[in-house]
Design a protein around this ligand. Sequence first.
Ligand code: SAM
Ligand code: SF4
Length: 333
Amino acid sequence: MNNAAPLRDSFGRVHDNLRISVTDRCNIRCFYCMPETGVEFVERREILDFEEIERFARIAAGMGITKIRVTGGEPLVRRDLPVLIRRLAAIPGIHDLALTTNGVLLADLAASLYDAGLRRLNVHLDTLDRERFFQITRRDDLPKVLEGLAAAKRTGFAQIKLNAVAVKNLVEDDIVPLALFARENGFEVRYIEFMPLDAQNLWDRGKVLLADDIIAALSRAISPLTPIPDPDPRAPATEYAYADGGGMVGFIASVSRPFCLNCNRIRLTADGKLRYCLFAIEEDDVKGLMRSGASDEAIAALVRRNVAGKWEGHEINSTKFVAPPRPMYSIGG
Ligand code: SAM
Ligand code: SF4
């Protein structure tokens, strides 16, 4: 099999987007992701080292992957992360490198991440209200996240997005203040519908604040929103523009508008498992193969097999849906 051939699944979807989780650890405890106490983390020796991650990324780049997002757990708790970022940024064929972080450690790391070649950041922020931040994350770290955002802005990142998880009967009062804060600072908010990936099985459909309700609230309170055609039709977010020219807002409506038909992603977990979907039940063991001395060709063949076996979609809206055994922090969001 020619490794330069596109990474196409049996539904014709071509995969050019790789998400790499670099740790399952985190310095906060968002209720929709982690339990408050007693989290069992993977042992350090089971986590891929930088050589292994870079090797996988190079193999993937040789198979048509052009975009990489580094995530976790909280990626900034991984020691020397800028060293890995520099190595990923240098891989031929990788044109787009981004990082998703909770921002708690960003004030200290923004400059070194930028120096390493990172230009795009998603910072997770649901609320500007300190008490609600504590209620959601079980930590009093809102001031640190805001410092981190200010530092990233000063550093000159080309694009800073805010990831806000949309949970019903919780964040309604935060929607408009967060959107205004983003407009003032040149950030773009992406509201992400609460997905069934929390560690404590708290999710149910009634707890999802739907994209349409957020669109209506922002249109009423700030300025009418109109959908804009995305230059990348396979991007999961639907983008809307404010009628007054005050920027854009994105919606990842995984529950109310699943985007599986356009999916172009694969995921590598921190413990070296390959997943073709956030909600996948099965996964393939890249780490086991690497640590048993497999060739690049054998690893590439595993990637092809994984993608070839990809399902049509996660069926979140069907009775057939089964939540994956791993919660969000352990997969890599
Ligand atoms: N720790 C980093 C962070 O919080 O951004 C990176 C990993 S986190 C798992 C990635 C993203 O997943 C977060 O930005 C958050 O918005 C989102 N997320 C976590 N749990 C979620 C859930 N149950 N439903 C929807 N989005 C979720
Ligand atoms: Fe940590 Fe991110 Fe999960 Fe929150 S969403 S607990 S910040 S990994």
